[in-house]
Design a protein around this ligand. Structure first.
Ligand SMILES: C[S@@+](CC[C@H](N)C(=O)[O-])C[C@H]1O[C@@H](n2cnc3c(N)ncnc32)[C@H](O)[C@@H]1O
Length: 223
């Protein structure tokens, strides 16, 4: 059977969350939680690369009425997210659609008020990242918000311990999950090329992780 594109995290799906928690404690979750207040009520939200579904549960717990497309490339991650969703017993106003695939599975008519990329963009080398981000930009409404959480050292050059962690992650996930990037992207350049401007930011884990909210430049200038 041919391998599904970008599905390498399938191999780590059973233990990814525990591994991330072992190394980073709750910092990666806190970064993602920081983004949730920036989602307007009654939004259409794309979560791409959400993993095993932790974030999905948090979106539901906001109490907002959201239409969420949960797009995940690894079947093992998607299955876990679906199981987590089924285990939520409290009533809520969210409508969740699960889809197996990458950004290529987005339809031209699909548009979102918010796109969330939680620890996704660091996986790709520059050219592929540019294509991926172009696709996501096209799927975002003109007033839409891009909610970003990822490894992005505040301090440049990054301190030694951040370089060690970065090297360790790319070595491990390169070998096990087929991650093609070898170093953290120049996120600023990519967002600028697409005319996005940062409207909020907060560092986590000693400045190694950042949560950021982006809007289109022309929109930020109007407000
Ligand atoms: C580093 S993990 C982060 C998982 C989750 N967001 C978290 O923070 O726990 C990256 C996730 O993105 C998924 N992924 C990788 N490339 C993708 C793509 N092109 N489209 C959708 N999902 C993708 C992987 O399967 C994996 O679940």
């Amino acid at each position: 059977m041919p391998t599904l594109p970008d599905s390498g995290f399938n191999r780590v799906a059973p233990f990814y969350d525990s591994l991330a928690r072992l190394i980073y404690g709750d910092a990666l979750q806190k970064a993602q939680l920081h983004l949730l207040p920036f989602i307007p009520d009654q939004s259409k939200v794309l979560v791409i690369g959400g993993g095993s579904g932790w974030l999905l549960e948090q979106l539901i717990l906001t109490g907002k009425q959201l239409a969420v497309l949960y797009l995940e490339a690894a079947p093992g991650m998607l299955t876990r997210a679906e199981a987590k969703y089924k285990s939520i017993t409290q009533p809520h106003a969210c409508q969740i659609t699960f889809r197996l695939g990458t950004e290529a599975a987005l339809q031209p008519h699909e548009h979102f008020d918010c796109v969330i990329t939680p620890f996704l963009l660091d996986l790709f080398p520059p050219k592929r990242l540019q294509q991926l981000m172009q696709k996501l930009s096209a799927a975002l409404t003109p007033e839409g918000r891009w909610l970003f959480a990822d490894f992005w050292p505040v301090q440049q050059p990054a301190p030694w311990w951040q370089k060690v962690l970065t090297f360790g992650m790319y070595t491990f996930f390169g070998a096990v999950s087929g991650v093609e990037a070898k170093k953290l992207p120049d996120y600023s350049r990519h967002f600028q090329e697409l005319d996005f401007r940062e409207i909020a930011t907060r560092p986590f884990y000693g400045g190694f992780v950042q949560a950021k909210v982006f809007e289109r430049v022309n929109l930020s200038q109007k407000t």
